[in-house]
Write a protein that binds this ligand. Structure first.
Ligand SMILES: [Zn+2]
Length: 55
């Protein structure tokens, strides 16, 4: 599947991929990137926080 971070593919996702980033706290931002939670799990984060470790 190409371009799964753009366009109509997003609208199939729960909440249309928008929410509050758990790391930087931005609201109504697209959470399409993977960060790491404090316990080693995965978090949905925004582009700015791609790959970051939550504290
Ligand atoms: Zn963020």
């Amino acid at each position: 599947m190409s371009k799964n971070k753009r366009g109509k593919a997003l609208w199939r996702l729960p909440s249309r991929s928008r929410g509050t980033c758990p790391i930087c706290g931005s609201t109504r931002i697209k959470l399409l990137y993977i960060g790491k939670s404090a316990d080693g799990g995965k978090l949905d984060v925004c582009k700015k926080c791609d790959g970051k470790q939550a504290v």
